[in-house]
Design a protein around this ligand. Structure first.
Ligand SMILES: Nc1ncnc2c1ncn2[C@@H]1O[C@H](COP(=O)(O)OP(=O)(O)O)[C@@H](O)[C@H]1O
Ligand SMILES: [Mg+2]
Length: 249
């Protein structure tokens, strides 16, 4: 049974069908990239899956259970973590505190640190572990807003991983990064995905990143799914090239 199973997902804004009747199933252990020109509906699709946006039609199943009507925090509690296309850290809080909040999202009990200091210290140690995993341990005390842009995006990944998600959704993780930052981030994400054994759904604009990370590629065009398959096949698909790789974007 797939971890994620979207059936007929649709979101309309007035006459515009931003996402139009999309079926998408992701199996445990897969890394699947969603690509498509600007405005294709990628972020809208993500928002509906994560419960951040109401669906016009269609259903989302997690492990076979219909979660279509659940709000974002209930979907997060079922093991779905996401990052946003626009970086969403708490800028005034130290990096490590941002991750600790991610831990709390995973475990609501930690919102009430009845254990006092001991529980808090444990949370900080775990948060530090995830910062280490993304190479930011030495920036733990730095306010998130003062981190370089690329480091803020990695912090978001640490926040998401700290929730120990079964499904990790990354929306354009390398957006706004320099070529060098992008290269480092792709290496890091590749290693993290392999080592954490997490299932990944990835929206990405940069084709190099897509082909480096995702064995499977789904193409959206004007809200519709126009291709879905092994990366090499999708890359060679004439319709995909006309719609996207050919440079309509
Ligand atoms: N809140 C909104 N209100 C109206 N239209 C929107 C809204 N959000 C997105 N859209 C439109 O939906 C389409 C898909 O947007 P989006 O999902 O952000 O695309 P992508 O992430 O693939 O670039 C675009 O035409 C966009 O203008
Ligand atoms: Mg987008």
């Amino acid at each position: 049974m797939p971890i994620l199973d979207c059936r007929g997902l649709t979101r309309a804004w007035g006459a515009l069908r931003a996402v139009d009747d999309v079926d998408l199933a992701v199996e445990a252990g897969e890394t699947c990239a969603v690509i498509g020109p600007n405005g294709a509906g990628k972020s809208t699709l993500f928002a509906m899956i994560a419960g951040n946006l109401k669906k016009t039609a269609g259903r989302v199943l997690l492990d076979g259970e219909d979660v279509s009507a659940l709000p974002a925090h209930r979907i997060a509690a079922r093991g779905v973590a996401r990052t946003f296309q626009i970086t969403a850290v708490f800028p005034g809080l130290p990096a490590v505190e941002n991750v600790r909040l991610g831990l709390q999202a995973h475990d609501p009990l930690r919102r009430r640190p009845i254990g006092g200091g001991a529980a808090l210290a444990r949370g900080a140690e775990e948060a530090l572990h995830w910062l280490r995993r993304v190479g930011l341990a030495d920036r733990a005390a730095t306010p998130a807003g003062e981190l370089a842009h690329g480091d803020q995006r990695l912090l978001e990944v640490a926040m998401a991983l700290a929730q120990r998600p079964r499904l990790l959704m990354l929306d354009e993780p390398t957006q706004g990064m320099s070529v060098e930052e992008t290269r480092r981030t792709v290496d890091l994400l590749g290693r993290l995905i392999a080592e954490e054994g997490v299932t990944v759904l990835l929206v990405e604009h940069d084709m190099e990143v897509v082909f480096a990370l995702a064995p499977r590629v789904v193409v959206l065009h004007r809200g519709r799914k126009i291709a879905d398959g092994p990366a090499a096949e999708v890359r060679a698909d004439a319709g995909v090239q006309a719609a996207y790789l050919g440079g309509l974007d």
